[in-house]
Write a protein that binds this ligand. Structure first.
Ligand SMILES: Nc1ncnc2c1ncn2[C@@H]1O[C@H](COP(=O)(O)OP(=O)(O)OP(=O)(O)O)[C@@H](O)[C@H]1O
Length: 332
């Protein structure tokens, strides 16, 4: 059901390059540089373009250090930029005020809240800051924290803490939700429940911009995936078409005279028929497989199979985060 919905949306033509007035997010030529004369400079975002249509789920993929979080934090209004145009729900996050912030939901990568409040108290307190919040108890249940509703937030496990972050991000009934690696630390069952939750938010009309390192998560949830590398978009498309037809060409492998052979072909059935015709009397082709590259295969070829930019661990020496506010709160 979810997939058929996604397919129908693919046909709707809502993709990058659509008229900007319909976009929930429009980014052109975004630039962000970190560093200082003493330590040298790093272009974390180097001319990035991005569109997210209303009601769309877009997954931003990319290796560590590609610039995903920096981009998302700029869109959320928590980080300043050095160049480019940004419109989020029609406003520049640099100048947008409380009314705008109430329309967006944020689940940041690092939440540092160590509150003495219980889970339910924390969700209620956050809900109180919004004009039309969701019911706090329903939200706690939706993220699977019913059993922990009366537990202090500081005693939660990492995965439970992450679920609470998601609860805080959605309780204000945002039109646009930013999810930065939302399921890190989730067990497999929790990830499945989270996917159901995101799907129901989408069905309610919520626009979602998601960063993730889980390719199955992107394939499951996203209408469109955007691959970022070295601070620019290197590819975008639906999970089923990213990389173009060439990248999706099936590979037929088999054994011949004890040697493993393989061939990429867009007519695998014809090749298999030829192999069967050439096989012995029983028609068996040893080791025969036909595989289509997965989203992960395509992604790895797009980013050159490098999952790290080699710049080493991130430091906070140039951390200009505007307030580092927790989810759902006003930036400084
Ligand atoms: N506050 C900061 N000060 C200095 N450099 C930073 C800061 N934040 C990020 N960087 C650098 O900017 C680059 C982009 O980082 P960013 O966190 O945006 O990447 P990312 O794609 O979100 O990575 P990950 O997948 O690991 O979360 C990296 O080289 C990182 O080291």
């Amino acid at each position: 059901m979810q997939n058929s919905r996604r397919d129908s949306r693919q046909g709707s033509g809502r993709s990058s390059g659509q008229p900007s007035e319909t976009a929930a997010v429009r980014v052109r030529g975004l630039r962000k540089r970190y560093g200082a004369p003493r330590t040298g400079y790093k272009d974390a975002v180097a001319g990035l373009d991005l569109d997210v249509a209303h009601g769309e789920i877009v997954a931003v993929l990319g290796p560590n250090g590609a610039g995903k979080t920096t981009t998302v934090e700029i869109l959320e209004g928590f980080r300043d930029r050095d160049g480019g145009e940004v419109a989020v729900l029609g406003e520049d996050p640099r100048r947008a005020g409380r009314g705008w912030r109430a329309r967006i939901g944020v689940v940041m990568q690092d939440s540092r809240d160590m509150s003495e409040l219980t889970v339910l108290e924390k969700v209620r307190a956050t809900a109180a800051a919004y004009p039309d919040p969701r019911d706090a108890e329903e939200v706690v249940a939706a993220v699977g924290l019913e059993q922990k509703a009366r537990a202090r937030t500081r005693g939660l496990s990492g995965g439970q803490r992450r679920r609470l972050d998601v609860a805080l991000g959605i309780v204000g009934r945002p039109e646009l939700l930013f999810l930065d690696e939302p399921t890190t630390g989730f067990d497999p069952q929790a990830r499945r429940s989270f996917w159901d939750l995101v799907t129901s938010l989408r069905d309610d009309g919520t626009t979602i911009l998601l960063t993730t390192h889980y390719l199955d998560e992107a394939a499951q949830l996203a209408d469109r995936v955007v691959v970022v590398r070295d601070g620019v978009v290197v590819a975008e498309g639906t999970p089923g078409t990213l990389g173009g037809p060439e990248a999706r060409t099936p590979v037929v492998t088999w054994e011949q005279d004890g040697v493993r052979r393989s061939e990429r072909t867009d007519r695998p059935t014809a090749l298999v028929a030829r192999l069967i015709a050439a096989a012995g009397p029983d028609g068996e082709v040893p080791g025969l497989t036909v595989t289509r590259p997965t989203l992960e295969d395509v992604y790895l070829s797009l980013i050159g199979e490098s999952e790290d930019d080699g710049t080493g661990p991130r430091t906070d020496q140039d951390d200009d985060t505007a307030g580092g506010a927790p989810a759902g709160t006003e930036a400084a």
